[in-house]
Design a protein around this ligand. Sequence first.
Ligand code: SF4
Length: 137
Amino acid sequence: MTTRRVQNYVCTSCPIGCPLQLVHEGDEIVEIEGQECNRGAKYAKQEFVDPRRTFATTVPIEGALYARLPVKLSAPIPKHLMMAAMGEIRKLSARAPVALGQVMLRDVAGVAGVDVVASRTIPRTLCAPDPRAESRA
Ligand code: SF4
């Protein structure tokens, strides 16, 4: 006989933050309580079966008014791959101009279809040196 256990979560699907209790026997979900709407049950199931996370950060950029380009994941990735994703992003750098949504890295941490994308447009600044001009000289 499998022991019945309770996992506690806080639903982050909206600002209310309902406290959720997911009761399970091994891998089998028995019941979910505490949610104010259906999204809470969906959230708790996802957390129990395949917890995922997303994040935003910045990478260095050349030829722009700002020194850093804001980037984000295009979709959540498995929680256990977060450190691998951060390690890959840490090696990135960009060169202006960059457009909002531009893919900076495909399939981050080996997750097919999840990319690192620019979260803002950054034009090339006129006073920044054009690296292509150096190669033409
Ligand atoms: S269960 Fe519904 S109401 Fe509660 S935090 Fe989640 S989305 Fe919001």
